[in-house]
Design a protein around this ligand. Structure first.
Ligand code: ERO
Length: 309
């Protein structure tokens, strides 16, 4: 059994890597992911200028997962571009997550990434739920269309998009219709956190995070079925594109579910935040054991094999 796979012409020894935003803020964290058993790594979503983000507490783990309203803290795109320039791509592929606060910022950032002519893969974040006053682009289909038209015109290479969860079949149809207008969108990462949830501490009779009156994006066990549905919905609707699964993964079984639903690669968020980069060795072993037990020679054979009744 092998866990290796190819994606956008690059080889991944494992399909697993971090979800953007998790343990990927600076070069020390990125180098810890590089040294781990992950198949790749993705940088924290970046903006044109560095940001400190929202006041703390802004990330809290709960028994069933996590809630966060980080507010897009990052070192600015130049920092991550420098990291991408110094990265040794023979070790493992690298993704750069881009989350500009405006269309012009995204254009400027992807133009700089394009000019650097690196093997780095761009994941355009259309789904940050925690920047006050900035509604999620991917929940406004016209805005998403305009953003993809502009970015695909500027960035002359395949790239991917990080999508929020949708909860209505008509929305799967509308979002896929927009994405299918852009052949340059080679992959779709589903899902970002389930936005604007509220976790309550009953002893204190209080919310648990400071920003946005306690409203934040949900991750972990809470979101696995929603993540699987979004992976499968876009896998079915976008046959020319690949899907990266993200959401609710903390075991080999969860990864196998994402692969059955149609995922080519799988990102780990909350569980990585809580367990650390050592999680990748555990998850690789658990996934390999499942493939062995079921007689699959590679993860590619599992992709999209989910049966309906
Ligand atoms: C890029 C901002 C994001 C953030 C954040 O920085 O608050 N949190 C998420 O759960 N998803 C995001 O996409």
């Amino acid at each position: 059994t092998t866990l290796s796979t190819t994606f956008l012409g690059q080889t991944f020894a494992s399909p697993l890597f971090n979800a953007s935003g998790v343990r990927c803020f600076d070069k020390d964290e990125l180098n810890s992911l590089l040294a781990s058993a992950s198949g790749s790594l993705v940088t924290k979503s970046c903006t044109r200028e560095a940001r400190t983000g929202n006041p703390e507490p802004r990330y809290v783990a709960t028994p069933l997962g996590s809630i966060n309203s980080m507010g897009l803290p990052n070192k600015g795109y130049g920092y991550y571009l420098d990291y991408a320039k110094a990265h040794d791509y023979s070790k493992k592929p690298l993704f750069m997550s881009v989350a500009g606060l405006s269309l012009d910022d995204n254009i400027a950032m992807v133009a700089a990434i394009r000019d650097a002519a690196l093997p780095a893969i761009v994941e355009l974040n259309l789904s940050c739920p925690n920047v006050p006053g900035k509604p999620q682009i991917a929940y406004d289909f016209d805005a998403m269309d305009r953003m993809l038209a502009a970015v695909s015109a500027e960035y002359d290479r395949p790239f991917g998009v990080k999508m929020p969860p949708y909860f209505d079949i008509a929305h799967f149809d509308l979002a896929a219709e927009v994405l299918n207008r852009y052949p340059a969108v080679a992959f779709i990462t589903c899902i970002n956190s389930v936005g604007n949830a509220l976790v309550i501490d009953i002893e204190r009779e209080e919310v648990v995070i400071k920003p946005k009156d306690g409203f934040g994006g949900l991750g972990g066990d809470y979101v696995l079925p929603t993540a699987l549905a979004n992976v499968n919905a876009f896998h079915r609707r976008c046959p020319e594109k690949r899907v990266i699964g993200c959401g609710g993964v903390r075991s080999g079984e969860h990864i196998f579910m994402h692969l059955l639903a149609g995922a080519s690669l799988v990102q780990v968020g909350t569980a990585l935040q809580e367990e650390g980069p050592g999680i990748f060795a555990r998850l690789n072993a658990e996934l390999a054991a499942i493939l062995e037990r079921k007689g699959y020679a590679s993860i590619d054979e599992v992709r999209g094999r989910l049966k309906t009744l």
